[in-house]
Design a protein around this ligand. Sequence first.
Ligand code: F0G
Length: 353
Amino acid sequence: MTGHGVIRRYRDFLPVTEDTCIISLNEGGTPLIDARQIVTEMGADFNLLIKHEGLNPTGSFKDRGMTLAVTKAVERGAQFLVCASTGNTSASAAAYAAASGLTCLVLLPEGKIASGKMAQALIHGAQTIEVRGNFDEALNIVRELGKRDDIEVVNSINPYRIEGQKTGAFEVCDTLGTSPDMHFLPVGNAGNITAYWKGYKEYFEVGQITKTPKMMGWQAEGAAPIVRGALVESPETVATAIRIGNPASWDRANEAVEQSDGVIGMVSDEEILDAHRLLARTAGIFVEPASAAGIAGLLKYHHESGIPNGSTVVVTVTGHGLKDPEIAVENSQAKPILVDADLESVLSSIGLE
Ligand code: F0G
């Protein structure tokens, strides 16, 4: 059966039955946008497609996994949904909790959540707790809370999150009719790179695709434990969504990169902000800074190693730009011009007569 939302669309690949009561906000079905302008700007010659996950119901890729995690929580009779979050998981959990009638508790690192994401947790009615600490510390508390039977942890340590998120890879292949050659994406807690790789492998196993892409994951320099091979005690980056020093799926991210012959690299905050602006100005795609890390990685990788001519490259941009409006205003490096309310003033302000 087909239908709306990733569970109905891909139910044969997911742990649900005909009787499962599906909690969905019609997530998934996000576009794969041709971004050849960026390739031209790079002076390169490959096919670039942007998977715009900011166009999910709560504005990020988290909804793909949240629909399944919440569906399964309801199925087993849990009463509370709990997560630690840099902002998007909590936004998604809060929305799906509201839709399901469960109570949601979110633990957020104090002062490090973009304003749009905070607004989402609050308006959907999640019990919102700011922790004097970082994401990794909050996740440790959540792991303890998860020992209670009435609580369902909906971070990506919940396997249903990964199961749901793997549908991103299915959609890419279904749209292209094949697998891309390379897949770039940002890495924080490393759930998404794990999920995409799982999706590609499953599609390969059932013969839906005949090759799999190189997985190309990108961390922020100040929060790059996987790249450095060591835990980062106090992660820092402008891309607050990926401000994580001890990723839960660390090993599986390494596995994805090794098995796919890919790369895990890091980009500076300056490179992230340049990519954030480039994507908005050149391709018309507005994302939050963490999402731009994949594009920054693409530019860096092409500069250092070269992307073969004619390749098909997909970049997942993970969250919508409106999540973090303050950064966008600052990074636009622009200001509105204030004029008197008459035609001459408007014309003269832009140098016309
Ligand atoms: N991009 C965005 C916009 C994110 O919110 C996240 C993670 C990532 C990339 C990294 O994905 O963790 O699967 O490697 N956000 C989590 C959160 C940690 O709490 O919202 P990942």
